[in-house]
Design a protein around this ligand. Structure first.
Ligand code: FCB
Length: 453
């Protein structure tokens, strides 16, 4: 029998009222981690420097019509050349931690073979720079920039990619693992499988459900294999996985099966193999003959224990077959509903539904708004300030109810390449002028700085 997830309710509760003055750093435990997050392809640029090989995103950006503003990651925020300046910027925000990703094609330009020393040296300099500034490095191994040479063999639909990923993980962990606080294997495998191989909105832009489900399976297998490789190194770093999760709701009983399906395909398809060692039965049946080829032992590998689970939360899913929208809702520039209560509900649901849940880190949370530099040279992004406050408050609610949340990373340190949207969507706490590469603290950055200071 299948049961509905605990967050399913027919009457969505209204968002909590949060006043900025309500929220204090001292309301969180002293050792709670506050940080900002980025990913390699979105900020680094220098795609043809330092021995880096091409990634699937370099290829995808060159296909007409894939990126809304026709842009690419060649320069991005030019972070590769502005590393020291950006590290100073992070330190100025008063955060204690920084989450970044390593570009696989900088380490292994074709996805296999010996490490490229220049690539490792770049990230070593980044990590040493963080440590010098008193900041904790949180490293993500895979934030979507698969080496193109592996895509040429089938990418994540090819089972061998999982084994290549584990090899890459070992190379990075051997060299950088002793210096970092945490290592996450994958960022958001839903995006690098379903969104990329079925919906076609992300690289490599395929439109096949069986391919997407094979990719999801191999991503989680690669995750488990990488965990095992890294465990064997006995590093001090905490090892985990980052998932994008949400809460699904409806306002009509007829929509409850739709809610269960949305929750199952988005959340449980990824949570259950990793935390329970099985695929959710209802969704397995739903996928019919498109289900992946699961070999003996795969689920056991995927279930390798985690030191932490990273949760990326932006919005909720509202299911209505009749096309109703939630009443009184507000939306960000992505068209994503602002729904902080969904984060509290999600955290409580994880806590109650998964026994042996590892400690949680909110590894991404934030909002895009159409920020502009004012005539006063400032960016008054009060909607983002409110978004951050409300979501931090939502985290706090869950913690009060007993959920073990260890940290929070705002997405993102600075405006950057927002995938298929190009540079049109601004998620940064820091504004980037792409003509000059000047960085300007938005009001949200100043608020975070003051809150943490
Ligand atoms: C997440 C991604 C991150 C960024 C935000 C807005 O899905 O992990 O790179 O694009 O969304």
């Amino acid at each position: 029998m299948t049961t509905l997830p605990q967050t399913v309710s027919t009457l969505p509760p209204s968002p909590p009222e949060v006043k900025s003055s309500d929220l204090l750093r001292s309301d969180f435990p002293a050792n709670f981690t506050f940080g900002v997050a980025t990913s390699a392809f979105q900020i680094e640029g220098a795609t043809q420097e330092g021995g880096r090989g091409p990634s699937i995103w370099d290829t995808f950006c060159r296909e007409p019509g894939r990126i809304r503003d026709g842009s690419n990651g060649d320069v991005a925020c030019d972070h590769y050349h502005r590393l020291d300046e950006d590290l100073d910027l992070i330190a100025r925000l008063n955060v204690s931690a920084y989450r970044f990703s390593v570009a696989w094609p900088r380490i292994q330009p074709t996805g296999t073979g010996p490490a490229n020393e220049e690539g490792l040296a770049f990230y070593e300099r980044l990590i040493d720079g963080l440590i010098e500034r008193g900041l904790e490095p949180h490293l993500t191994l895979y934030h979507w920039d698969l080496p193109q040479a592996l895509q040429d063999l089938g990418g994540w639909t090819h089972r061998d990619t999982a084994y290549r990923f584990a090899e890459y993980a070992r190379i990075v962990a051997e060299r950088l693992g002793p210096k970092v606080k945490s290592i996450a294997t994958l960022n958001e495998p839903w995006c690098s499988s379903i969104l990329s191989y079925q919906i076609g909105e992300h690289a490599p832009g395929w439109n096949s459900r069986p391919a997407a489900l094979a990719a999801a399976h191999h991503l989680l297998l690669g995750h488990g294999l990488a965990m095992q490789e890294m465990r064997a190194l006995n590093l001090g770093a905490e090892l985990g996985l980052v998932l994008n999760l949400d809460s699904a709701y409806s306002d009509a009983p007829d929509d409850l099966p739709g809610v269960q399906l949305a929750d199952g395909t988005f959340n449980r398809w990824f949570l259950d193999p990793v935390l329970r060692g099985q695929y959710p039965h209802d969704i397995w049946l739903h996928y019919g003959t498109d289900v992946p080829d699961v070999q003996a032992g795969d689920l056991k590998i995927m279930q390798t224990p985690l030191d932490f689970l990273g949760v990326n939360y932006y919005s909720r899913t509202f299911v209505s077959a009749a096309g109703r929208k939630p009443q009184g809702a507000t939306y960000t520039d992505m068209g994503w509903e602002v729904y902080p209560q969904g984060l509290t509900d999600l955290l409580l649901r994880l806590h109650h539904s998964y026994s042996g849940l590892p400690p949680l880190l909110i590894t991404e949370n934030g909002a895009a708004y159409p920020d502009e530099l004012g005539t006063d040279g400032q960016i008054h992004d009060s909607a983002r300030v409110q978004y951050l406050q409300q979501h931090l408050s939502a985290v706090q609610e869950a913690m009060k109810a007993g959920v073990n949340v260890r940290g929070y990373f705002a997405w993102s340190l600075m405006d950057n390449f927002e995938w298929a949207y190009g540079y049109g969507k601004r998620f940064g706490l820091v504004y980037v002028d792409y003509q000059t590469q000047a960085r300007t603290l938005k009001d949200s950055a100043k608020w975070y700085q003051g809150f943490l200071g």
